[in-house]
Design a protein around this ligand. Structure first.
Ligand SMILES: [Zn+2]
Ligand SMILES: [Zn+2]
Length: 414
């Protein structure tokens, strides 16, 4: 859950993923993806009023995010103020203060974030340095190295600050099985990897073995209503040739890569439909869409609930699929980078500063910074006193500790 306040220190005249309070005065808005915790204030009357009195204020996002946002009537009033920017296409934006006329130019580049359809990271370049805001992201190891626009020539760009999705910045989430090949043909795609990863193949095998028993054996994917599970639906449908039943399709009408794999026809063996009381439905051997039988034959239903938090909390190493009841299963599935992926990402980028956007469950800011700081450039500079003569070692050692511990946190992250 993001707790990012909306503004980066380097470019305080833009607001990202927060639209309330001080952000009401921003010269431009950016939305990384369509998840509620990144849309605070986006449809509030205060912002609506601001838009009505302004010709220049725009919201920048990816084409898919624009599409998804405008499927909801609640955001229709944004229609003439949204500018969809193509992913991986650096764009110059002029930030103008409407009262004073003061101007500032900034270049922004959207980079794929692999979190849900349309999700992007924002790379800002301008007079105050280069800043990367990750939004929520899930990138596999080595993926940053393959992003051309994070580089100038063969070197990584000199990045001043990274505002990082630290949802799983905790060693207990060291390894979340990766989800990479899922989206290989989607335009919200992650790069292609040849290995079929553990998590997906776990779900895939369970669904395959159940649905192949008879045509009356069906699976209900118990997914929360949020974008991101499309990766899973697309992969299952591609692998098994069974479309996934969902409540609505309209949001995907311009996304053929997804649209092809979902259906509103209830006569299918994989369901991800929702009902306000869907757990009750399931206990009554009924799917949320109401199906209980087909051609007079009762359905045999199992449920699979994708979740990561739950897996992170297991003490013992568990399988990617765990049976939790007679016909209920949990499957490991994540929208966010794991601990090891985060470390890999940050140690590759090596920014001067890093700021956590999320506090992991059960972890305070101190703990997160203790993990992240050593991966930054500013930390290495602080390490230099290590080479001082022997006589001062004791004192220096104490200073090192304060760099990794509580001492440095207050200063770097107000
Ligand atoms: Zn999200
Ligand atoms: Zn259904």
């Amino acid at each position: 859950m993001s707790r990012f306040g909306g503004r980066v220190r380097e470019y305080p005249s833009v607001s990202i993923d927060r639209f309330d309070r001080d952000n009401l005065r921003a010269r431009a808005y950016f939305l990384s993806h369509c998840h509620k915790d990144h849309m605070k204030g986006l449809r509030a009357p205060a912002l609506k009023r601001r838009l009505e009195g302004s010709l220049k204020v725009k919201l920048y996002c990816s084409p898919v995010t624009k599409e998804l946002l405008l499927t909801s009537w609640k955001y229709k009033f944004w229609e003439n103020h949204i500018v969809a920017l193509e992913v991986e296409t650096p764009t110059q934006i002029s930030l103008e203060d409407e009262t004073s006329g003061e101007k500032e130019d900034i270049e922004v580049t959207l980079l794929p974030a692999g979190h849900c359809p349309g999700s992007v990271m924002f790379l800002f370049e301008g007079a105050n340095g280069t800043v990367l805001y990750t939004g929520d992201f899930r990138l596999a190891k080595g993926e940053a190295a393959r992003m051309e626009l994070l580089h100038s020539g063969t070197r990584v760009k000199d990045i001043q600050s990274v505002y990082l999705d630290t949802t799983f910045c905790d060693p207990k989430f060291y390894h979340i099985p990766s989800r990479i090949n899922l989206a290989r043909q989607c335009h919200f795609a992650l790069p292609n990897h040849s290995t079929l990863e553990e998590c997906l193949s776990g779900i895939l095998e369970l669904v395959r073995s159940w649905t192949s028993l008879t045509r009356y054996h069906v699976v209900w994917l118990n997914c929360k209503a949020a974008y991101g599970y499309e990766y899973l639906f697309v992969n299952l449908s591609e692998e098994l040739g069974i479309k996934v039943h969902v409540n609505k399709l309209d949001m995907f009408r311009n996304m053929p890569e997804i649209l092809y794999h979902v259906t509103t026809d209830r006569h299918t063996q994989i369901h991800a439909c929702r009902h306000p009381r869907d757990d009750d439905c399931f206990r009554g051997n009924r799917l949320p869409c109401g199906m209980t039988c087909q051609n007079g034959n009762p359905l045999h239903i199992i449920s699979i609930k994708p979740s990561t938090m739950w897996f992170g909390e297991r003490i013992k190493k568990t399988n990617v699929i765990v049976r939790t009841g007679e016909s209920t299963y949990r499957a490991c599935f994540s929208f966010h980078s794991s601990y090891s992926e985060l470390k890999d990402f940050l140690s590759y980028i090596r920014p001067v500063n890093v700021y956590p956007n999320v506090l992991p469950v059960g972890g305070g800011e101190d703990k997160v910074m203790e993990i992240l700081k050593p991966l930054c450039r500013s930390y290495r500079r602080n390490m230099e006193p290590r080479y001082k003569p022997l006589g001062t070692l004791k004192r220096v050692h104490k200073r090192d500790l304060s760099d990794t511990g509580k001492g440095s946190v207050g200063a770097s992250v107000p």
